[in-house]
Design a protein around this ligand. Structure first.
Ligand SMILES: Nc1ncnc2c1ncn2[C@@H]1O[C@H](COP(=O)(O)OP(=O)(O)O)[C@@H](O)[C@H]1O
Ligand SMILES: [Mg+2]
Length: 249
C-alpha cells in the first residue's frame, strides 16, 4: 500500500501534466463530473481502489488547508449522526499558475452502487426503499439541527450523492441496506450562525465566462443566506436545514 507522501508526490506529478481537455483514458478513468469536482480513478494497481476528487478552486495554500480541515470535520460530524461517509484523505498540490489544487480520496464504490444507477437497475420497489433510507438519513440531520442551533449542518441530498455500501451484482435493496454519503467535498457547516467555508469559492468551479454573471446574480442572496443559495446553484434536490426541510426540484 502506498504511503500518504507517495500518493501526494504522485498527484503532484499528475497535476503538473494535467490538461482537463486532454484526458488520457489509458491512465485515468473519469467516474463522474460533479457540480464541484471532477471525480477520477487512476489505473495504477496501488491506487485503483480509490476515487479522487479534484478541486482546482484555491488561490493560496491557507485557503486550501482551511478547506481541507473543514472537509475532515464535516466527515466526522456526519459520521457522528450515523450518516456514514467513505474513508477519506486530503492532498494539497500546486496547480497551474498560482492555483492550489486539493484532491480528496475516497474508497472507490462500485459504479452501480451510486443512487442514480440503482434506480435504473433495480425495481421500483427497491428504488422506493432507497428513497426512504435516504430520507431517514436526512431526518437525522434535521433533528440534529433542531437541537443544535449553534452547529448547523447541511448536505446536498441528490440521489447521485449516495451509494449503497458493500454493493454487489446480486444485492437486493432492503430496509437493512446501508448507505454511504459520498459528496463530502461541499462541507456545509455553520457554527454560531457563521458559515465555515467560503461559499464564493464554488463560483470558481463554474465556467469562467459565467462567473461574473453568477456573482452579480447571486451575490445578494449569498450574503443573506449563503449555504442554501450556493446549494441551489448546482443541485436538483437540496436539503439544507434551517428550521424546516427544503426540497427544490
Ligand atoms: N467514491 C466514489 N466511488 C465511485 N464513484 C464516485 C465516488 N465519488 C463520486 N463518484 C462519482 O462521481 C459523481 C460526482 O461525485 P460527487 O462527490 O457528488 O462530486 P461533486 O461534489 O462535484 O458533486 C458521483 O455521482 C459518482 O457517480
Ligand atoms: Mg455530487
Amino acid at each position: 500500500m502506498l504511503r500518504k507522501k507517495e500518493i501526494q508526490d504522485f498527484l503532484q506529478e499528475f497535476e503538473d501534466k494535467f490538461i482537463p481537455t486532454k484526458i488520457d483514458p489509458s491512465k485515468i478513468e473519469i467516474l463522474g463530473y460533479g457540480e464541484i469536482s471532477t471525480v477520477m480513478s487512476f489505473k495504477e494497481e496501488e491506487l485503483k481502489h480509490l476515487a479522487f476528487k479534484r478541486l482546482p478552486i484555491f488561490t493560496d495554500e491557507k485557503e486550501a488547508c482551511d478547506y481541507a480541515q473543514i472537509h475532515i470535520e464535516y466527515n466526522k460530524l456526519l459520521g457522528k449522526l450515523n450518516i456514514e461517509v467513505p474513508e477519506s484523505e486530503v492532498y494539497c498540490v500546486k496547480g497551474h499558475g498560482d492555483r492550489i489544487v486539493n484532491y480528496f480520496s475516497q474508497q472507490r464504490q462500485h459504479e452501480n452502487s451510486i443512487g442514480n444507477k440503482i434506480i435504473h437497475i433495480h425495481s421500483k420497489e427497491e428504488s422506493l426503499i432507497l428513497f426512504n433510507l435516504l430520507l431517514d438519513k436526512m431526518k437525522k440531520l434535521w433533528y440534529h439541527n433542531l437541537n443544535n442551533p449553534d452547529l448547523q449542518l447541511g448536505l446536498d441530498s441528490q440521489i447521485s450523492n449516495w451509494a449503497v455500501k458493500n454493493y454487489h451484482e446480486d444485492i437486493k435493496i432492503t430496509e437493512d441496506t446501508e448507505l454511504l454519503f459520498i459528496d463530502t467535498s461541499t462541507p456545509f457547516i455553520r457554527k454560531k450562525g457563521e458559515e465555515q467555508m467560503n461559499p464564493l469559492l464554488f463560483l470558481e468551479s463554474a465556467p469562467k465566462p459565467m462567473r461574473p454573471v453568477l456573482r452579480k446574480f447571486f451575490l445578494q442572496d449569498i450574503e443573506l443566506n449563503p449555504p442554501r443559495r450556493i446549494a441551489l446553484l448546482g443541485t436538483n434536490i437540496v436539503f439544507y436545514v434551517e428550521n424546516s426541510y427544503n426540497y427544490n426540484f
